[in-house]
Write a protein that binds this ligand. Structure first.
Ligand code: NAD
Length: 486
């Protein structure tokens, strides 16, 4: 399947440019499917100019009027789930089922945006006799979002609908690996009636990100990606006095006790580590085994072995990711870890292309070596096992992790589950759940080096990020003092 060349979407049009282009190849087979422009400061400036022209009319609409466009948009997305899922499958590699689930999550995020007129209502109070104080949310103006490859449809929907609903104009920067989906997002918003200039898509890599961070007209930047880049973006945007929320990488711990439900836990953990081939910031990464959980580990190995590359285990995004993960497994072997399931040796599904970036599910057991498991994120279907002598020690290990996206407890003991939930240093906690993504209206975000900035990126928390709170205090003379006829 080949797609038209990717273009920037500025001023409501897909625009031609003379930028250098890079090829997009599908992770499924490494066949060329399109090309994407490496845009420059000039392209970001053009998007900003168009946003400036669009802002006052957009902000001048009531939020109820704006929400009608999002109701239209929601319907268009719903009618085109299959087409969107096919594009995501081709450019990202995830399975059609996973891509379909991603689009459905975007629909839920759009529905939350539609509810913003009911939520972002501000407050009013008579603060002293005859004096009224009222607060209201006002948009920041022009804002931007920078997105990763792993959820090319859902992650842009963490930000675009809410930021726009609240009256801002937004410039989105897709990952250069998965920009085709964003062209569809733009097309569908246009069809839904979004005025020109309110949403722009500027493609490229580092230069576009730097141009966004440096442009004085852009008031806030959200970023989702790896921790090192999140730090760079957060530093650059905030040093230019912008508001910034930068979500980084993850290495999520599961604290597992011997009383955990064997069947359900093994199935859930295998699905968490293998879904999207582990290329999810909420994927299960590390089991901290408290006591003897060997029967569960045995069952987990059996379940994970059922994930067949090219069938229900999708490819990695690039050949480089494959190399990085293979090197990680080699490093673990050198350090004396036991490989319970080796993803370097796998049998590809007969319908898959051997040129795809496939790797098998991998389980690394560090329990019988004195060497430490590296702290760095492994973005693939790799699950590691370490041990702790007590719940307290398990919590302490988790708390020392530099990252803090998610942590889950697997146990039938409510008291212990509560203790883990209260003490783990992670933004999102699961109890007997391997992927504890909070659904709307709860918000999404981690702690430590999984997130820089305050507040969360979705749900009610995002309302504060995309707005200023204006406070209006008023006092009126009594009616009888007014002289209407003079
Ligand atoms: P990435 O950091 O490589 O890229 C993210 C974005 O930054 C892309 O748009 C890319 O073009 C841009 N970029 C890359 N290098 C840059 C640089 N040096 N300077 C400026 N911009 C740069 O991330 P990725 O590989 O696309 O996505 C995977 C990562 O994202 C993983 O680490 C994953 O954990 C993380 N992620 C985190 C969350 C979360 O909610 N915390 C969600 C999804 C993905």
């Amino acid at each position: 399947m080949k797609y038209p060349e990717v273009k920037n979407f500025i001023g409501g049009q897909f625009v031609h440019d003379n930028n250098k282009r890079i090829n997009i190849t599908s992770p499924l087979n490494n066949v060329f499917i399109s090309s994407v422009p490496l845009s420059t400061y000039t392209d970001v400036e053009l998007a900003v100019k168009n946003a400036q022209n669009a802002f006052s009319a957009w902000n001048g609409m009531t939020s109820k009027m704006r929400s009608q466009i999002f109701y239209n948009y929601r319907q268009i997305v719903e009618q085109n789930i299959a087409e969107l899922a096919a594009i995501i499958h081709h450019e990202n590699g995830k399975t059609i089922d996973e891509a379909t689930a991603e689009v459905k999550k975007s629909i839920e995020l759009t529905e939350f945006a539609c509810s913003i007129p009911q939520i972002a209502t501000g407050e009013v109070l008579e603060v002293s006799q005859g004096v009224e104080c009222r607060s209201e949310y006002t948009p920041l103006g022009i804002v931007a979002c920078i997105n990763p490859f792993n959820f090319p449809h859902m992650v842009p929907h963490w930000t675009i609908p809410n930021a726009l609903m609240l009256g801002n104009c937004i410039i989105a920067k897709p990952s250069e690996f998965t920009p085709i989906t964003s062209m569809k997002i733009a097309e569908m918003f246009k069809e839904a009636g979004l005025p020109d200039g309110v949403l722009s898509i500027v493609n490229g890599n580092r230069e576009v990100v730097e141009a966004i961070c440096d442009n004085p007209e852009i008031k806030a930047v959200s970023f989702v990606g790896s921790t090192d880049v999140a730090k760079t973006v957060y530093r650059r945007a905030t040093s230019n006095l912008k508001r910034c929320l930068a979500l980084g990488g993850a290495k999520n711990h599961l604290i597992v006790l011997p009383d955990a439900n064997l069947e359900l836990s093994a199935t859930d953990i295998a699905a968490s580590m293998c879904g999207s081939s582990g290329q999810r910031c909420m994927a299960a990464s590390v089991m901290i085994a408290v006591g003897n959980v060997n029967p569960l580990i045995k069952k987990l190995c059996e379940e994970a072995a059922e994930y067949i590359p090219g069938k229900n285990l999708p490819p990695l995004i690039t050949k480089k990711s494959f190399k990085d993960i293979s090197n990680y497994i080699d490093e673990a072997v050198k350090k004396g870890a036991k490989i319970l399931l080796d993803g370097r040796k796998f049998k590809l599904d007969e319908n898959a292309d051997e040129n795809g970036n496939y790797i098998g599910a991998t389980i690394i057991d560090w329990r019988n070596t004195n060497e430490k498991m590296p702290e760095r994120e492994v973005f693939g279907p790799v699950f590691e096992i370490i041990s702790a002598k007590s719940i307290e020690e398990a919590i302490e290990i988790q708390q020392k992790s530099p990252l803090g996206n998610a942590c889950s407890a697997f146990t039938q003991n409510g008291g212990i589950a509560k203790m883990i939930a209260q003490q783990a240093t992670a933004g999102m906690i699961g109890i007997n759940i391997g992927v504890p993504v909070p659904r709307e209206p709860f918000s999404f975000g981690g702690v430590n080096s999984s997130k820089f900035g305050t507040g969360d990126i979705t749900g009610k928390s995002s309302i504060q990020f995309w707005t200023n709170l204006r406070k209006i205090t008023s006092k009126w003379a009594k009616h009888e003092k007014a002289d209407w006829m003079s």
